[in-house]
Design a protein around this ligand. Structure first.
Ligand code: MTE
Length: 301
């Protein structure tokens, strides 16, 4: 039975891709004419939740294993071999092992989830992902009592990833969630975009998507999932703990030390588009705020 948990965005909002691309082109033309009238003023309220185009989602990326430029992943990620692919599941689980990608996906209900995606760098998109709930996978591998966190690791293969020759981060890219965050129904393992298999530059064949957190928590091309009782190593947090907290929940009231997080630039908005207001928990406050009850969100940022 397919379930849906799309918050205020539904799959019905997505027009078939071809029509959609057309509409965007038409709108881009109209935007250019109206643009001059739209300059100035502060950020506007969010409201327009139109998904980004496949083109936008697959050509403006962060995947530092392929370079730090926004177009490096689109240019270089084809070098990554994604077949065969396996994921090691270990730590505090009943059924540890090395599972093939096919084994992982086999028992899962693939759903469509249209989520806002907010990068810590203050740009954003709306992305129609395909994937399954991480909770379903965790149920299958059997989380043992005492486990409190889930740790994730990305592939490192220097011969296929030119970016890992540069020590921007301590490779492999690693991330982690508290177990209740990992079990939340909004947290998915994504295997596609717009109904197509996950493009390499977006984290093929399988990546995490946690829509209420800054994008860097949504780790790509996962090869290891570990259940643990200790807060796991997280790459950006380890590199710059003052700038990137372990939680990194989207929060317009807690600025990055070097820039404001109050507003964001929606990719594809055009040259004259005004910034839009960033929403608490990226617009998923009703669903996730209870996870952080009693926590000081400025301290645990
Ligand atoms: N995962 C890995 N392995 N390497 C990365 O560099 N970048 C993160 C995240 N996951 C990154 C990663 C950041 S900063 C963002 S904003 C998102 O991926 C970007 O996802 P997208 O390119 O699909 O939009």
């Amino acid at each position: 039975m397919a379930r849906r948990y799309t918050s205020d965005l539904t799959w019905d909002d997505v027009t078939p891709k071809e029509l959609y691309l057309n509409r965007r082109q038409i709108m881009a033309g109209a935007g250019a004419m109206l643009g001059a009238g739209l300059i100035g003023g502060g950020a506007r309220a969010q409201g327009d939740l139109e998904p980004n185009t496949f083109e936008e989602i697959t050509t403006y990326n962060n995947f530092y294993e392929f370079g730090t430029g926004k177009d490096d992943p689109a240019r270089n990620a084809h070098m990554m071999t994604t077949q065969p692919w396996s994921i090691v599941v270990d730590g505090m689980v009943d059924n540890p092992g090395t599972y093939s990608f096919e084994e992982i996906v086999a028992g899962m209900t693939i759903e469509e989830r249209i989520y806002r995606f907010r990068c810590v760098e203050a740009w954003s998109m709306v992305i129609p992902w395909n994937g399954f709930e991480l909770a379903d996978l965790l149920a299958r591998v059997g989380v043992q009592e005492g486990a409190r966190y889930v740790a994730f690791e990305t592939l490192v293969r220097p011969e296929e990833m030119p970016g890992v020759r540069v020590p921007v981060l301590d490779w492999p890219y690693r991330e982690g969630l508290r177990l209740d965050e990992a079990m939340h129904p909004l947290t998915i393992m994504a295997t596609g975009i717009y109904g197509e298999p996950m493009p390499n530059q977006n984290g093929a064949p399988i990546r995490l998507v946690v829509p209420w957190k800054y994008g860097f928590k949504s780790i790509k091309s996962i090869v290891r999932i570990t259940l643990t009782d200790e807060e796991p190593y997280a790459s950006w947090n380890a590199a710059q703990p003052r700038e990137y907290g372990f939680y990194s929940n989207v929060n317009p009231n807690v600025n990055h030390p070097r820039w404001s997080q109050a507003s964001e630039r929606r990719i594809g908005g055009g040259l004259f588009a005004r910034r839009i207001d960033t929403l608490m928990f990226n617009g998923y406050e009703d669903e996730v705020a209870s996870l952080y009850e009693g926590m000081d969100l400025a301290e645990f940022f």
